[in-house]
Each structure stands twice: as structure tokens, then as C-alpha cells.
Write a protein that binds this ligand. Sequence first.
Ligand SMILES: Nc1ncnc2c1ncn2[C@@H]1O[C@H](COP(=O)(O)OP(=O)(O)OP(=O)(O)O)[C@@H](O)[C@H]1O
Ligand SMILES: [Mg+2]
Length: 382
Amino acid sequence: MTASVRLDSVNKIYAAKAKNPIYAVRDFTIHIEPGEIVALLGSSGCGKTSTLRMIAGFEEVSKGAISIGGREIHKLPPAKRGVAMAFEGYSLYPPLTLRQNIAFALKSEKLGSAETNRRVEEIAGLLELTRHLDRYPSTVSAGQQQRASLGRALVRKADIYLLDEPMGQLEPQLRAVLRGRLKRYLREHGLTAILVTHDQTEANALADRIAVMEGGVLQQFASPADLKEKPANLFVGTFIGEPPMNVYRVEPQIFNGRISLRARGEELFGYEPGTIDDAVVSLLERRNALVVGVRPADVAVSPLNGARGATAKVVSNQWIGDQTHLESAFGDGVIVATLDNRFAARAGEALAVDVPADKLHLFAEDGTALAHGRSLASGGAH
Ligand SMILES: Nc1ncnc2c1ncn2[C@@H]1O[C@H](COP(=O)(O)OP(=O)(O)OP(=O)(O)O)[C@@H](O)[C@H]1O
Ligand SMILES: [Mg+2]
């Protein structure tokens, strides 16, 4: 029932014969395990829907191959692929009620009306749609239409489930509740699912692995934890995490074993001999310039008197209900720190900021990751 999915060097080129063809997806390769939940995450226009539609068979693959459960499917018609899809634009049948819309997806399974009804009611309950089942799409809200569309995909028995922004229209509370239910449902039935979203909280909460896309190109395919701790490049580093990673272009200087990461002659971060691992030190020795990334949660701030670290001047101090976001002028830019508690500091106040060596993310000037804390990234080995 549940199946693996492989995309091998898949490309989508729209208007291929026109003067300006559109490269929506380029050489996209991912291998998904049976029962795995994968999210395609990226900004608008990065190629998420195109990828999903190629898997479902609503767009031709321009180049490359797709298989499901070891069977090459990219030349088969959609109905022969064993795929259930919830569309970005819902595409419900207007003359049918929500109940009939969801039941319609069960037609090919030739169930009796009692069993069809049972399945429809089960999915409707899961999606908080029970009260609206006998209404027509044009008489319910966008969020209700979207849930009906998700229900129509989930109610079917398929080898894989493709869900394109299935909860984009819902308010945050309902979205969080349904996210939990959707995950439980997929897990209980051991289903393989590919979910498209541009909400990283949703991707983190639901997915075993996330494929981060930008400009039609896969940037990294990894678990939520690895994306956060070991971003493959500066794009992923700054895209994943809220508020985003602080980034500085620095020139490393090493003097008597002390390492100084400097921007325009000013030290941003300094490390005493022995605090940075040898492998990372030798990487710093080999580079005239690189980019250092620091997550806001890894920035330690303290009152200036006697504390170690460089000086920063508070620009804004915001308590957002469960965290403090502190933005300070630093070097010739800013540094953002997040703290779990309220922090007494007013705009204009000077603070010491310090980042432990094992929290530094180092990138080459072209954005390739070199090291994350103590571990070298593949780009850092040479
Ligand atoms: N039918 C089409 N003809 C021509 N270009 C298209 C077509 N569909 C999509 N594109 C282009 O392909 C690129 C990828 O579009 P796609 O819809 O896959 O992005 P997306 O990641 O799903 O974006 P969003 O988050 O806005 O839904 C975009 O540049 C888009 O304009
Ligand atoms: Mg889309």
C-alpha cells in the first residue's frame, strides 16, 4: 500500500520552445522511503507545485525519471500512478456537496454506500468538517473548501499522498490542531506523503525530512534538526530558523594562537588559544575572508562591565510573549539575540555580546558551508 518514491534528475521547463523558456525545476533528485513524510519547502515560485504535479502526472517531466514503489511512472496517465493529490486551488466540483465531493474520490474503490459514508464521516471528523458536509463548495469558506479538498485526497487508498499547501487558508489555532491530526493519521496508516508548504513550522512539525528548494534547485534534503544545525549553504542557513541567522563577512586573524574574526578592522568575535578545534583553526588559516553565521539563540548578551565579548548597542528590545528579541548595532550591521526571559535593556544601552566557538557556522564566500561548530562540512575539508 505504502510506497517509496524516487525522483532522479527531474527537470521541468515550461515554454521550452519559446524564446525565454522557464526552468521551473532543475535536476531534482530525492529518494523517499516508504512511510516517510517529506516536505518541499521554499519561497513562492521555487518549483514546489511543479514538482508535485509532475509526480501526480498533471505536468509532463521535461527530463529525468520518477518511480513509485520501484515502478517507473512518469509516462503513465495520472489514474495509473497510485497517487492521491490535494491541489493548491482545491478544485472541488461545484455541483456536488462536500460529502459528495469527498465520496467521489472513492468511486473507483467500488465500496457499498454504508462503507463509503463511514469513510467520508471519519475523514470529515478528522478535519472538523462534519457540520458542513451537506453544503456546496460555493457556500462554505475558503478554509472549509481547502479541508474538503484535503479530505478528498486522504479518503482514498493510494500508494502516495501529495498535499499542496493543504492548510494555507486556516487560522493558526485550527492549523496547529489539524497539523497534529494529519500527522497522526499519516503515521497510523503508515502512509508516504509529500507536503508542499512555505511555512517552516509546518514543515518541521510534520516532516521526517525537508527538501529546501530555491529557484527550481534543491538546496538540501535533510531532517529538520540537520537543516538547523548543519545547513549545507548560506541560503539554507538563513532561510531556516526564525529570526534568521546573523551573518557577517569577516577576515580571520590569528596571533599567538588567538583567533580574531574581524570586519573592517574591528573585532566581531575573538577566541583564546585552544577554544577552537584544530581542524577549524587550520581552515581559518587558509582563508583570507569567509562568512560567519550565528543563530540568534546562540548569542550571549550581558551587561558591559567587565564581561567578555565585543560591544553592541541596543536598537530594539521586544518581548513577543514567550521570548525576547533583542536587536543591537554591531560592527557595521546589527546582531539579533533571542532570550528565553525578559531582558532589561533600553535602546541606546551598550552590551557585551559573545558567541561560543562551538556555535559558529562558517561559510565560504560563495556560500558553501565549511564548518558547523566543531564539525567540518564537506566544503571545509578542502
Ligand atoms: N503552466 C506554467 N507555465 C509557465 N510557467 C509556469 C507554469 N506553472 C508554473 N510556472 C512557473 O514555474 C515556476 C515555478 O512555479 P511553481 O508553481 O512550481 O512554484 P511554487 O513553488 O509552487 O510557488 P507558490 O509557493 O507560489 O505556489 C515559477 O516561475 C512559475 O511562474
Ligand atoms: Mg505552489
